[in-house]
Ligand binder design. Sequence first.
Ligand SMILES: NC(=O)c1ccc[n+]([C@@H]2O[C@H](COP(=O)([O-])OP(=O)(O)OC[C@H]3O[C@@H](n4cnc5c(N)ncnc54)[C@H](O)[C@@H]3O)[C@@H](O)[C@H]2O)c1
Length: 254
Amino acid sequence: MSQFQDAGVVVTGAGGGIGAALARRFAAGGARVVVNDLDARKVKAIADETGATAVVGDASAIVEEARAALGGKVDVYCANAGLASPGDAFADEAVWAAAWDVNVMAHVRAVKALLPDWLERGSGRFVSTVSAAGLLTMVGAAPYSVSKHGALAFAEWLSLTYRHRGVKVHAICPQGVRTDMLTAAGSAGELVLAPTAIEPEDVADALFDGIAADRFLILPHPEVAGYYQARAGNPDRWLAGMNHLQQKWEEAGR
Ligand SMILES: NC(=O)c1ccc[n+]([C@@H]2O[C@H](COP(=O)([O-])OP(=O)(O)OC[C@H]3O[C@@H](n4cnc5c(N)ncnc54)[C@H](O)[C@@H]3O)[C@@H](O)[C@H]2O)c1
């Protein structure tokens, strides 16, 4: 029997891409799934396909509705909804605020609503779709990179604070994944992400492998571990390499 048979699972931003792949994988394992998205049409289509329940709305405020749909108990919460938030130091304040709200605060708000029950039961699993940009950075996307570093920092903090009390945390940190978000990333996505892009199903595979191995950091692109080490080991050399990529992007016309 699958580990998630009858488990109550919530996936935010599940109208397509990585969220839809996660929802399909949990549903295939016998979980009772709630799929959430701002896009009602897309999320209802995924719900119909997988037998999940659709909850339409902002990922920041859906825990209670999702919990009710699952009969009072959320076992796994996948904070996956995200904004691509491109821009540089001149990006509008509203772009920074939205990136912070969706990529970080939605996770904090969900955890606030989930933790009392998880601590009482001594069990719960929080899956954060971060990005390799949360470990490294992303050319041309300051609000995205900064907010994803925040998402990773929150996931780390959650894991270290509650792991002895039964709360499991996973941070998924892929590079390019072939979804609408990659298409919307434009020329920077094309240069940096597209050449090694993987499918959303590969991300779901990596998560399930990581769960089986009880690993916090989920790296669907294993080479990211080396980049992360290189960054920590020699920040100036790493920044010079990233600047080389920035210059390549500028030369290509951005
Ligand atoms: N595609 C990539 O290359 C890539 C790489 C690394 C990390 N990620 C991360 O993966 C996650 C999923 O993105 P994706 O690539 O599947 O893109 P996607 O555009 O296919 O999916 C994102 C979904 O989130 C929804 N969404 C946005 N704001 C929301 C909100 N406030 N409440 C509810 N839903 C909301 C969108 O409607 C969309 O359906 C994001 O957090 C993204 O940052 C993507």
